[in-house]
Design a protein. Structure first.
Ligand SMILES: Cc1cc2nc3c(=O)[nH]c(=O)nc-3n(C[C@H](O)[C@H](O)[C@H](O)COP(=O)(O)OP(=O)(O)OC[C@H]3O[C@@H](n4cnc5c(N)ncnc54)[C@H](O)[C@@H]3O)c2cc1C
Length: 336
């Protein structure tokens, strides 16, 4: 398929919906059954206006986006396709990012881990050194949906879908993740915490997309953890998610502490008081009780069928403490 749409460079695959390639058609078919299960609604068929582009370089993707203000990127499409099926307007061009090598990689580069924005979340758990160094980030990615979903779902999609309950986001934020963004003006890097501005909205311009995430490799006696509470054992949306990361000193006292909560406010919220309470001290029950109270206090949750505001606040405190304890156990085991 050769590009024929406005602004689409030659060589970029671009087709009408009726010529959507087999891989995307398979994903669409997969979501038919997932959505009948999840929503009780029958699957609907798509209109025919949506075109498809599969750039193989960042420059080509930038060019496609510049050529159509109604273009939309996707990676695993595990949010994108269900949202179309639920009636969200189709983009002019659906831009598949998974054919761009840099977006689907995962590598250690000096003192950093670099994870492509479209890398399937299942890939994270296959990288033993990443699991050892950032176990909380990996466990957050491993909670996204089922094995099938994780073979498609990406961190970039989880972040840019901008759900307050997105599981990977608190884990990325406590690890001080940075997002590398491509657009017509070139590349820029911002903290992951600055990407989401509210439910369903991000700070990215319409012609920008995420390329990759960068995380510093942890110093000695440092570890992270992510825990979530859901009403079922799996395949549900977090009532609360809690990410924690801490560094211990040689005596077992906290040197650095970071706690972030998901699903309790329009965007992920930090618990800055946790550092004030814990830094310079061991994780005592008394100190953790104060952290729990602070975690509950920073929440600005909603009431819904999964839990009341009061319930979410209470669970936030409990999970923040459990995540800190888990991170501390891991940090103590990493040695000097
Ligand atoms: C059955 C099922 C279970 C699920 N369970 C969970 C769960 O437990 N926890 C959870 O957090 N989520 C869950 N999800 C939601 C979804 O799987 C995740 O949010 C996933 O990480 C999205 O990644 P993706 O690559 O599929 O995103 P896509 O669907 O491809 O994209 C999602 C959004 O992000 C944008 N986007 C994608 N990539 C980029 C990029 N590189 N730059 C800029 N914008 C981009 C797209 O335009 C779109 O708006 C579930 C979904 C399903 C269908």
């Amino acid at each position: 398929m050769t590009g024929t749409g406005k602004g689409v460079p030659a060589g970029v695959a671009l087709c009408s919906e009726t010529r959507v390639p087999a891989t995307l058609r398979a994903v669409l078919r997969g979501f038919d059954s997932a959505f009948v299960l999840l929503s009780g609604r029958g699957a609907t068929s798509f209109g025919c206006a949506m075109r498809y582009a599969a750039p193989t370089s960042i420059e080509e993707a930038v060019s496609v986006l510049a050529g159509d203000v109604h273009a939309q990127v996707y990676a695993g499409a595990t949010d994108f396709i269900p949202q179309l099926r639920m009636g969200r307007p189709e983009p002019g061009v659906a831009v598949d990012l998974k054919r761009i090598d840099r977006l689907t990689g995962l590598r250690r580069e000096g003192d950093s881990w670099v994870i492509g924005a479209a890398t399937p979340s299942a890939r994270l758990g296959e990288e033993e050194d990443l699991v050892a160094e950032l176990p909380g980030l990996v466990e957050a990615a491993a909670l996204i949906g089922s094995d099938q979903i994780q073979s498609r779902a990406s961190l970039g999609g989880n972040l840019c879908n901008a759900s307050p309950a997105a599981d990977s986001v608190p884990a990325m934020v406590v690890n001080n993740g940075r997002a590398v963004i491509a657009g017509p003006a070139g590349m820029r890097t911002i903290p992951v915490a600055s990407v989401v501005t509210g439910p369903g909205s991000t700070s990215l311009a319409a012609d920008e997309f995420l390329v990759e995430f960068v995380f510093d490799r942890p110093p000695p006696r440092t570890a992270d953890a992510y825990l979530r509470f859901i009403p079922r054992t799996e395949m549900d949306i977090a009532v609360v998610g809690a990410g924690a990361r801490l560094t211990l000193d040689e005596a077992g006292r906290c040197r650095e502490v970071s706690v972030a909560l998901g699903a309790v406010a329009p965007t992920v919220v930090m618990v800055p008081a946790a550092a004030g309470i814990l830094v310079g001290h061991p994780l005592t029950d008394e100190a953790l009780k104060r952290v729990a109270a602070e975690a509950s206090a920073v929440c600005n949750p909603i009431d819904d069928k999964r839990g009341t505001k009061a319930y979410r606040r209470q669970v936030a405190g409990v999970l923040a403490v459990r995540a800190l304890r888990l991170a501390a156990d891991r940090a103590a085991r990493t040695g000097s």
